[in-house]
Design a protein around this ligand. Structure first.
Ligand code: NAD
Length: 260
């Protein structure tokens, strides 16, 4: 379905991004993976994607807090594969704490990586998409793009911003066969969430398994984590011909979190 297309997935050395990269590659897209980690492990991920799905995969080490490097990542995709047809803005970080005590440098880095990076990457891919008359942009926001939780001020601000930017880009490109949508996951068990579970277990002096159960119980009525594969499947749907009339939406995949 996506043979001949090429996709950039930011923050795809782990968690949700890695799941999305595999789903896109399984449909035939060439992939630019991006993110931090051990060089050997990243190369294994890259080669693994190529072998498993029979596509080409290149790695961009771009830091999503650096606009110049973000432009470099888009150029790498265009020079490697001829175009950047699909952009998935997924890289993100988390840090929790009450507003009055929130470290200012953490505000700066969350806003840079979780919000501004998507502006810079969309700005860089849009001219090529407009020239070719086809493009799919999927921004991985969060339920925290739609509702709030305490102790997450910069994250909630960034994700609400992502939902807003998604609508603007969708409107500006509605006639051009370029869609721009956001996906809003609830809890997905990745290293980003595992850290929150571990912190909770340590703080309350309880087992990690119990902390995970409590975390789900508080917010996610399904009482089950969503999976990176489920998020990837939604990305595929939004990239498909069937999904081509969908633009500007924010799709919760949250086990009922935002229905409450
Ligand atoms: P993760 O920690 O498993 O993966 C994050 C990825 O981003 C990694 O590949 C990491 O190397 C990369 N990254 C971090 N900082 C970067 C930077 N400066 N430049 C480039 N890459 C960078 O986290 P995840 O849970 O898979 O989260 C992925 C996205 O999904 C994030 O935007 C997160 O906010 C969002 N999200 C996650 C959940 C969840 O429950 N896990 C829920 C809602 C939204």
């Amino acid at each position: 379905m996506l043979k001949g297309r090429s996709a950039i997935v930011t923050g795809s050395t782990s968690g949700i991004g890695l799941g999305i990269a595999h789903e896109l590659a399984a449909k035939g897209a060439n992939i630019v993976i991006n993110g931090f980690g051990d060089a050997k492990e990243i190369d294994n991920i890259r080669i693994g994607i190529e072998k498993k799905h029979g596509v080409k995969c290149v790695y961009s080490p771009a830091d999503m807090s650096n606009p110049e490097q973000i432009r470099g990542m888009v150029k790498l995709c265009e020079s490697s594969f001829g175009s950047a047809d699909i952009l998935v803005n997924n890289a993100g970080i988390q840090f929790t704490g009450r507003t009055e005590a929130f470290p200012e440098e953490k505000w700066d880095s969350i806003i840079a990586i979780n919000l501004s990076s998507a502006f810079h990457s969309m700005k860089a891919v849009l001219p090529g998409m407009q020239k070719r008359g086809w493009g799919r942009i999927i921004n991985i926001a969060s339920v925290h793009g739609l509702v709030a939780s305490k102790d997450k001020l910069p994250y909630v601000a960034a994700k609400h911003g992502i939902v807003g930017m998604t609508k603007v880009v969708a409107l500006e490109n509605a006639k051009e066969n370029i869609t721009c949508n956001a996906i809003c996951p609830g809890w997905v068990l990745t290293p980003l969430v595992q850290k929150q579970i571990d912190d909770r277990a340590a703080k309350q002096g309880i087992a990690v398994e119990l902390a995970a159960k409590e975390l789900l119980f508080e917010k996610q009525p399904s009482q089950r984590f969503a999976t990176p594969e489920q998020i990837g499947a939604a990305v595929i749907f939004l990239c498909s011909e069937t999904g081509s009339a969908i633009t500007g939406i924010s799709l919760p995949i949250d086990g009922g979190w935002t229905a409450q």
